[in-house]
Design a protein. Structure first.
Length: 94
């Protein structure tokens, strides 16, 4: 894996936080709120996806390990797409 901050990550007040208490990024602030003082649904969804990144990475890496061990190839695009996604997360692809 890469050198990113270990998970789990969580969302607090529109910011993504590490378990160690470090703010990893701001997803939305009060200026992103709509006229009813509610955060936009898209911003909340983005924050949820970002905070799940460490778990998603580990789960996909584990599935690929099992696929390799069991000789599972999948369809002609699934396994290569999964490998490309992990490489992208590690900063190995544009």
């Amino acid at each position: 894996m890469s050198n990113w901050t270990k998970g789990p990550w969580s969302i607090k007040r529109g910011e993504v936080w590490s378990k160690a208490g470090d703010c990893l990024g701001v997803i939305y602030r009060t200026e992103a709120w709509n006229s009813r003082n509610k955060v936009r649904t898209e911003d909340q969804a983005n924050a949820a996806l970002i905070s799940a990144a460490p778990d998603l990475y580990r789960a996909l890496a584990d599935l690929l390990t099992i696929a390799d061990d069991e000789g599972i190839i999948g369809d002609n695009t699934t396994v290569p797409a999964a490998r490309a996604a992990l490489a992208k997360a590690r900063g190995e692809t544009p």
